[in-house]
Design a protein around this ligand. Structure first.
Ligand code: AVI
Length: 741
């Protein structure tokens, strides 16, 4: 529902001027900034047009000048003589009321006027503008046109860089516009969904400072409760979408988008290229390796929408974004002023990464607000006539000027366009719980089953019967992991004996029944403090009790919590040697991105000087791997199906477990064993009051179990700031325990 405020509030000018600095100073600063941005470009760089949507830098410089000449000097300076009457044809962008113009896609053919003549044009107009502003600063009659000209010029500054990147990306030399500026390495926060209550909220420009006409009138709407992701979608997450065949699955795409994917053979965001299995992207600093934690950029609306569909979510509506953003510090973001000229990892500053980095595609079509009327005259063409067939983007980017941005700012592009610095965040609707407390398991399950490729989180395997079945798996002849690791631990404990100093603390992640811990405690007498970390308070209490009984001199300080989240260390951990312990190749149940994040956050518990011992399963013959996850006695099948039984028990779901078949497959591309439950027939299942349809043969993906090479694992660890100090590997079946420091 939309309630217009227009009836209750007096109309106000859309571009009321309240800017503190004098207009003359601002004029000089903004015009000077355009010159600074162009200064490193050669005359050739500035003349070429790389595609119809992009304009040459020379054209941007001339067009912004024409804007001041046409809408300020010719209107407000009696007797002003234009620099060259032909320029109105050359540098009018789209103003029908002003007259004919050079076709947009032929701007690159303007080898004349020369760049020097355009520079001279800028000088003449600047002289006349400065004289006018000097004599009449604060003059309302032309002040709003000057301010509009400055905001317009800032938009073209961004376009100039956007278009130069496109141009340079076509050049086999892949030139850099500016040097790469390193940024501090920060952990990317895990994706979380922040809840907003919604309700009756006011949106649109509030009336203070400059705003474009399309941000008004401010009006009230009713927003249903919603959730927004706490940060932008990352390159790493986009790689998962690609790895899952996202660009090849028609069902994820809008029909127009799917047509584009096929016509233009999209396989990755614009500017990405794969070399020897690694992804790189062209940037304003030249061709650079993809940074997994940085926000994905240069995707179209079609791609953003397909990604949202794939992830079982949706794009935010523009008013959800604006409501979430209003009240946030609009100036705190990675804008052009920071000098990076590329989107950076979230987590550098508090907040939801709403401003700067990348323009965020919203799911909202660009249209007029209730009561909107385009201003009279030629300038009425600035925004209003584009209110069809485009989608709104919010928040500004790493090439937007900081002072140009507002929470109410609406950018807009066609859904197929990719050359803008555009990315996305996800949103979703609040689960309908009719006021009752939310059930996190139900939410995760509903989310996983809503995805086009259905999933269930593997962490829910381990209820009481799942844990029993897993213990049984560990004793199976096919499941080599446990006994191989046990043997390795016995051997390496012997090697380490002299190196584990007296007073060492052993911190175990996902300690469970602490079975393998005993191998270390028996053989490494230096360990005097044991910190088991586990999400299950019950199994922690049980293992703490039995370890205390068996090792009476050992101090045990259990931590109940999710080790994937940042945990604070108990006081006793300070000022002693610390050895982290994460056995069982449990790290392989995480995606590489999650593993990297876990390794990074584990530092907060372990401290800066710790060592970290991790068990990892290694790549080997596919048959042997599949056998380990599809044993002859069917214990792993029962373990997998227990997930469905658990949903039936705890959520009242209606899975007929006899109609699902356990399947383990080796995914060579991702180097992992995948466990699936395959629907034997066409069937429907009800969970949490929702009905999920299954085709015969459709699968629920329940677990990944990554198999590493030592080199591949070292790379993941290195990204998280660890290096391998030593490793112990077994001969076939290959398995390793690595010691990181
Ligand atoms: C706990 N985790 C390391 C086991 C694995 O090998 O990925 C879980 C498991 N799944 C099937 N069998 C065992």
């Amino acid at each position: 529902m939309i309630v217009s405020l227009a009836e209750h509030e007096p109309p106000r000018p859309s571009s009321a001027l309240h800017h503190p600095a004098s207009l003359l100073c601002r004029y000089q600063a903004v015009r000077g900034e355009t010159e600074r941005l162009a200064a490193v470009l050669t005359p050739e760089d500035q003349c070429v047009q790389s595609m119809p949507d992009a304009s040459p830098a020379k054209w941007h410089r001339a067009h912004t000048t024409w804007f001041f000449e046409t809408f300020v000097l010719r209107e407000h300076v009696p007797g002003y003589r234009v620099f060259d009457p032909a320029y109105s044809f050359l540098f009018n962008s789209y103003y029908e009321a002003i007259g004919q113009r050079q076709a947009r896609d032929r701007r690159g053919l303007l080898t004349r006027p020369s760049l020097e003549e355009v520079v001279e044009y800028r000088r003449q107009v600047d002289r006349a503008m400065c004289e006018l502003l000097d004599a009449n600063d604060g003059e309302e009659s032309f002040g709003s046109a000057v301010e509009l000209g400055l905001q317009h010029e800032q938009q073209h500054q961004e376009l100039l860089l956007t278009d130069i990147l496109h141009l340079f990306a076509q050049n086999p030399l892949l030139p850099a516009y500016s040097a790469y500026r390193p940024s501090e390495a920060v952990p990317c926060p895990p994706a979380e969904f922040i809840a907003f209550e919604g309700g009756r909220v006011a949106v649109g420009h509030s009336g203070k400072g400059f705003a474009f006409d399309n941000e008004s009138p401010r009006h009230e709407i009713v927003l249903p409760p919603f959730r927004l992701m706490n940060r932008l979608v990352t390159n790493g997450e986009w790689l998962s979408f690609m790895a899952d065949g996202g660009y090849g699955k028609a069902k994820l795409w809008l029909a127009d988008g799917w047509q584009r994917v096929r016509e233009e053979a999209w396989q990755a965001p614009l500017y990405w290229q794969e070399k020897d299995g690694e992804w790189f992207a062209m940037s304003l600093s030249g061709l650079k390796p993809i940074e997994r934690d940085a926000p994905v950029c240069h995707v179209s609306y079609y791609e953003a929408d397909a990604y949202a569909h794939w992830s079982g979510r949706r794009l935010p509506r523009e008013m959800e974004w604006e409501h979430a953003a209003s009240g946030n510090d609009v100036h705190s973001g990675n804008y052009r002023d920071e000098g990076y000229l590329r989107p950076l990892t979230a987590g550098r500053r508090p907040g939801m990464q709403l401003f700067g980095d990348v323009w965020e595609w919203t799911g909202s079509p660009y249209g007029p607000y209730p009561g909107y009327r385009a201003p009279q005259g030629a300038l009425g063409e600035y925004n209003g006539k584009f209110m069809i067939n485009q989608m709104v983007l919010r928040g500004g980017s790493c090439v937007t000027s900081r002072e140009h941005m507002r929470a109410s700012y609406r950018n807009f592009f066609y859904p197929h366009q990719r050359w803008q610095f555009a990315g996305l965040r996800l949103a979703d609707d609040m689960p309908r719980t009719s006021g009752a407390r939310r059930d996190p398991i139900l939410e995760d399950v509903l989310e996983g089953l809503s995805k086009p490729s259905k999933t269930l989180p593997s962490k829910y395997f381990y209820d009481a019967s799942g844990s029993r079945l897993y213990e049984e798996i560990c004793t199976l002849p096919e499941y080599y992991l446990t006994r191989t690791e046990t043997q390795l631990l016995k051997n390496l404990a012997h090697d380490l004996r002299g190196h584990v100093a007296q007073g060492t603390a052993l911190v175990e992640f996902g300690s469970g029944a602490s079975v393998k811990t005993r191998i270390l405690l028996d053989r490494l007498p230096g360990i005097s403090l044991y910190v088991p970390v586990d999400i299950s308070e019950e199994s922690l209490a049980e293992s703490t009790r039995s370890i205390r009984q068996e090792f009476p001199k050992l101090v045990v300080r259990p931590i109940a919590g999710d080790f994937l989240k940042t945990l604070s260390p108990p006081d006793e951990l300070r000022s002693r040697p610390v050895l982290g312990f994460f056995p069982g190749s449990t790290i392989g149940n995480l995606s590489d991105g999650e593993a990297e994040r876990f390794l990074r956050t584990s530092r907060s518990l372990l401290g800066p000087n710790a060592r970290f011992m991790i068990g990892i399963d290694l790549v080997k013959n596919a048959d042997e791997l599949v056998r380990a996850y599809d044993d002859a006695q069917g214990v792993t099948a029962a373990f997998n199906k227990n997930l469905l039984e658990r949903m039936n028990r705890e959520l009242g779901a209606t899975f007929d477990t006899g109609q699902f078949i356990h399947r383990a497959i080796w995914n060579d591309h991702e180097s992992r064993i995948e466990m699936h439950l395959v629907s034997a027939v066409r069937q429907s299942v009800v969970v949490g009051g929702r009905c999920f349809d299954f085709e015969a043969g459709e699968t629920i993906h329940t677990e990944n179990s990554r198999k590493y090479t030592l080199k591949g694992f070292a790379e993941i660890a290195a990204r998280a700031g660890w290096s391998i100090e030593r490793s112990w590997s077994s001969p076939a079946p290959a398995y390793a325990v690595v010691l990181l420091h």
